[in-house]
Design a protein around this ligand. Structure first.
Ligand code: ADP
Ligand code: MG
Length: 676
């Protein structure tokens, strides 16, 4: 990678400033795309400007900006500009250079956010450019102090030919480019920065989005192929049948299918790499349990990793119960065990005495050693990073891995996020379940709601109340604590009320959960710690306070805590929110129970951020593509990617060298990912 200093106009000082923008190499520089463009060909007359939106207009400066010193270190420049029909007040803060650009009687183009102040239109610190007839579109870059758009324009202009000259080949193979009518890279880069017209800009943009998505998907496909060394977990006997018939219930067709798919993977020489997606309550644990049983019967150890201690304990109980009469040894390893207990557990594991170990991150510590690890199951995969998933697999020699997720992710997205995994879907809920009735109420219903809960508790059933998710950790805690206290001492004083929140010690949490699963506690007030996986079939009411503050997928997860038994269940969304989107979102919850539909809606309403959550999927940053907006290009590039691998599965052909280079570039920041 050639550093930016190589470019004319970039010295040490500028290089340091550019670094703040994430630009260190020439590559970074030419891929630092404008955040917007000033389109000189479609300027808005001032009278048509809309306040609180970004606007662009041309106008003549009424007088040289007047300078006011408001206080020390704060200078304001003001002037009035007009297009002959209407005027806009321009204010410039602390930027003499920008203010002095404006000369009385000259025409300029102004670009920025329009505001209205008592009927007066204003614009503060706009982008200001002298008006010329030749100008068409001008890039507006994300900036840092000390680097102006003009400087960036110049530097990028200098960098482009050097970048193109140094680059050996296009990341996109010619064939792909031609088949999908995409422009050349040099055209694309030139016109994404300095388009002559909207049309050229669109052509450039489509090519760059396509390239990014194509390379991303190719990279994920390569990931899927890596590490396909011989596994130590190959099984000989499929004994899933005997496990299935020993269960107290009949598995659904979907559960059985997924077990079949996984067992057939485990019979192979290469490690299984499979994602099981199933809506909340679809019975993923039983599937996982069956596979760990099969592994154990083949003389292999399994690790079952859960994101929270509550869940790990719950799985431990379930697995122990389900394997009770089989002679299989199940153990639990979580952070809150005493050092002595931990040591014992680890010794049993290392000696091979333990068949199935269930735990949290504690399983990842270096001194956790297996004797013959054959299968790793990760529950609620979205809570773990790809790197964490990877670090467990070093503990065996290429063991099979199965990850389970209850976050229904729109299929198009999951193919990208989990592109390195084979996919099984549990698309059927166990029979005998009733639909969960979901209602939205405002806080005036609270008394009636409490009465409703009491009525059910009197019948021996249980309920959850999930408390406001407030931004600050502490106030969330207080809210839940105070609320529980209030319910305990007042409305529910004749009932047993428990409290569960994230700041509690593991031991305490465990006690609370245990008491709730045994039915000793009737009402559980909780923060979102219960969101994932908690399974108490006797709980039939889920009340969610300030429901508008949750994402749809999160609400769906919470709702999934009820409706797990044969009793009729309810989810009540309490919200006083008056704004339309909040209302629309809660209505979706009331109308549909299908996690995938909800996820699609969530994606539409909130964007993919939630699904990708702070890079935990190990996906590289996308510079131009947007996974929600560019769905059509996602599909088109996926097709192209499939064709590419069909033709050249290892990407070893000369014409595909560029794709490999593109992949290494795109995944460069993903340090823990290696392609081999
Ligand atoms: P999730 O997929 O959300 O993790 P769980 O594995 O926790 O779901 O299962 C939810 C509940 O359904 C559990 O109480 C489990 O025992 C029960 N269950 C699982 N499979 C079946 C089935 N085939 N028939 C009836 N109940 C089932
Ligand atoms: Mg689960």
């Amino acid at each position: 990678m050639t550093p930016v200093q190589y470019i004319k106009g970039v010295g040490e000082k500028r290089a340091a400033l550019l670094k703040k923008l994430g630009i260190e190499s020439i590559y970074d520089l030419v891929h630092f795309y404008p955040r917007a463009y000033i389109d000189f060909t479609s300027l808005t007359p001032i009278c048509k400007l809309i306040s609180d939106t970004v606007g662009c207009f041309s106008a003549v400066v009424g007088y040289d900006p007047a300078e006011h010193q408001i206080r020390k270190g704060m200078t304001v420049y003001k002037t009035l500009v007009t297009d002959g029909e209407a005027g806009v007040y321009i204010t410039v803060f602390n930027n003499r250079f920008l203010a002095e650009k404006m000369k009385q009687g000259e025409e300029y183009v102004f670009y920025g956010k329009v505001t209205a102040n008592r009927g007066r239109l204003e614009m503060t610190n706009p982008v200001i450019e002298p008006f010329t007839e030749e100008m068409t579109m001008m890039p507006v870059y994300p900036l840092t102090a000390g680097i102006t758009s003009n400087i960036l324009t110049k530097i990028i202009n200098n960098a482009l030919p050097i970048y193109m000259e140094k680059k050996e080949r296009d990341f996109l193979p010619d064939k792909v480019r031609q088949e999908h009518s995409l422009c050349h890279e040099s055209f694309a880069l030139k016109n994404i920065h300095f388009p002559k017209s909207k049309k050229e800009y669109e052509i450039a943009r489509r090519r760059l989005i396509f390239e990014e998505l194509f390379i991303l998907q190719a990279g994920m496909k390569m990931l899927r192929k890596r590490n396909r060394k011989k596994t130590s977990g190959k099984i000989e006997k499929d004994c899933s049948g005997e496990f299935i018939s020993s269960l107290p219930f009949t598995l659904t067709g979907a559960q059985q299918r997924v077990i079949r798919e996984a067992v057939s993977d485990m019979k192979k020489d290469i490690p299984m790499n499979r994602l099981v997606q199933g809506d909340v309550g679809s019975g993923k644990t039983a599937v996982a349990c069956c596979l760990t049983y099969v592994a154990a019967k083949n003389g292999l150890q399994s690790a079952f990793m859960a994101p929270t201690e509550i869940l790990a304990r719950q799985h431990f109980e379930t697995v122990k119960k389900l394997t009770e009469s089989t002679g299989i040894k199940v153990d639990l390893l979580v952070g809150s065990l005493t050092p002595k207990k931990k040591k014992e557990v680890k010794e049993r594991l290392a000696s091979g005495e333990t068949d199935i170990i269930i735990g949290t991150h504690a399983l990842l510590t270096e001194d956790t050693v297996f004797s013959c690890l054959g299968l790793i199951v990760t529950d609620e995969q979205h809570r773990f990073g790809v790197n964490q998933r990877g670090s467990l697999s070093h503990k065996g020699s290429s063991p099979h891995t199965l990850v389970m997720s209850a976050t229904p992710i729109p299929r198009t997205l999951s193919l990208i996020i989990y592109g390195d995994l084979d996919l099984s879907v549990i698309d059927e809920l166990p029979g005998g379940r009733q639909k969960i009735s979901t209602y939205r109420v405002d806080t005036s219903y609270r008394q009636r709601l409490y009465a409703f809960i009491k009525k059910h508790m009197d019948m021996g059933l249980q309920a959850y109340i999930v408390c406001p998710a407030v931004e600050e950790g502490d106030s969330e805690l207080t809210a839940a604590t105070e609320y529980a206290e209030m319910l305990k001492t007042d409305i529910f004083k004749d009932y047993s009320v428990g409290l569960l929140h994230g700041k509690m010690k593991a031991k305490e949490k465990e006690r609370v959960m245990e008491s709730f699963s045994k039915g000793e506690t009737g009402l559980l007030v909780a923060t979102t710690v219960i969101e994932v996986g908690v399974d108490v079939p006797n709980a039939v009411i889920m009340v969610i306070e300030n429901a508008e503050r949750f994402g749809l997928s999160q609400l769906h997860q919470l709702r999934g805590r009820v409706g797990r038994g044969s009793e009729k269940s309810y989810c009540v969304l309490v919200s006083d929110a008056e704004n339309e989107t909040a209302g629309a979102r809660l209505d979706i919850m009331c109308r549909t129970a299908d996690g995938f539909k909800i996820a699609d809606k969530d994606l539409e309403l909130r964007g993919p951020g939630d699904f990708f959550g702070s890079r935990q999927h190990g996906l590289p940053d996308l510079k131009i593509a947007d996974l929600t907006e560019n769905m059509d290009i996602v599909r088109e590039s996926r097709q192209a990617c499939e064709n590419l691998f069909r033709d050249d599965p290892s990407l070893s052909k000369e014409e595909n060298k560029g794709v490999r280079q593109g992949i290494s570039r795109l995944f460069a920041s993903q340090k823990y990912i290696t392609f081999n």
